[in-house]
Write a protein that binds this ligand. Structure first.
Ligand SMILES: Nc1ncnc2c1ncn2[C@@H]1O[C@H](COP(=O)(O)OP(=O)(O)OP(=O)(O)O)[C@@H](O)[C@H]1O
Ligand SMILES: [Mg+2]
Length: 246
């Protein structure tokens, strides 16, 4: 089972839109896919119209007791582990358990025989939770809006990965919500896009992605031939290629 984390310390950069659409592409490729909603905002579950079971909470999660709480989606090969309000204190709970960065690796090992791909929709922070996510993931995919501040957040991710002594090869960035009409976007992509760590795929800023909030479905379901659906499929193929080489 490959673990792919969609992570950034920055909020609102397109993590959830990416996790939701890549999970769909993964399932369509025939791989048994689990999307884990690690963000107590619950947006990934919202997009798939799935509410958590009342009995699920942070304690069950930390015990690795995931199977009873995993829900099927409307799509073949695609399941979802909903988040819970109590996940907002996951980092504090991890700290209380000794502050190890390897807890998530153990937790997700419980579902490794059931799935080929595990996609994590991560909350925007840089805490012990993020460290656990980076340690557990085979590939950390980070969306970057082509602006100076987003590039800064990426530099911070590299710093964190180095501190954790993880191979930089397992970090991948892509430009998200790109609007090529903006000089800052074009200039930033020209300046940083050739770095090895950047994927070639980018996700443009498109109304079809915003409308996912309305239709509550992956964009490839509501607009299968749209530029958005094609962009996410391209991104998935590139992410999978990179992930399977590691
Ligand atoms: N490619 C895109 N084009 C246009 N709008 C987008 C795109 N990607 C995301 N959005 C919109 O931007 C907002 C933030 O996106 P999203 O929720 O995916 O970001 P996030 O990084 O998960 O945010 P958070 O840090 O709060 O979890 C949403 O309203 C979403 O619909
Ligand atoms: Mg999100």
């Amino acid at each position: 089972m490959k673990i792919i984390a969609i992570y950034s310390s920055k909020g609102g950069v397109g993590k959830t839109a990416t996790a939701v659409n890549l999970a769909y592409s993964s399932s369509r490729s025939g791989r048994r896919t689990l999307l884990c909603d690690m963000d107590p905002q619950g947006a990934a579950g919202y997009y798939y119209r799935i509410r958590p079971k009342e009995s699920f909470n942070r304690k069950q999660f930390l015990k690795g007791d995931l199977a009873p709480f995993i829900r099927g989606t409307d799509f073949e090969n695609l399941d979802l582990l909903p988040t819970h309000f109590s996940f907002r204190n996951l980092d504090i709970a991890l700290d209380g358990r000794g502050g190890a960065t390897s807890e998530f690796k153990k937790i997700f090992a419980c579902v490794k025989d059931e799935y080929d791909v595990l996609i994590l929709d991560c909350p925007p922070n840089m805490t012990l939770l993020s460290e656990n996510i980076i340690m557990a993931a085979d590939l950390v995919v980070t969306p970057i809006i082509p602006t100076t501040l987003s590039i800064l957040s990426f530099a911070q991710l590299i710093k964190l990965a180095d501190k954790l002594e993880v191979n930089r090869k397992k970090l991948a960035a892509f430009f998200s919500m790109v609007d090529r009409r903006k000089n800052m976007h074009s200039d930033t992509i020209a300046k940083f896009g050739k770095k090895k760590i950047f994927l070639a795929s980018e996700i443009p800023s498109l109304a079809d992605v915003e409308k996912m909030g309305l239709y509550r479905q992956p964009v490839a379901v509501t607009a299968p031939t749209s530029a958005a659906a094609i962009a996410y499929e391209q991104l998935w193929l590139e992410v999978w290629r990179k992930g399977s080489q590691l």
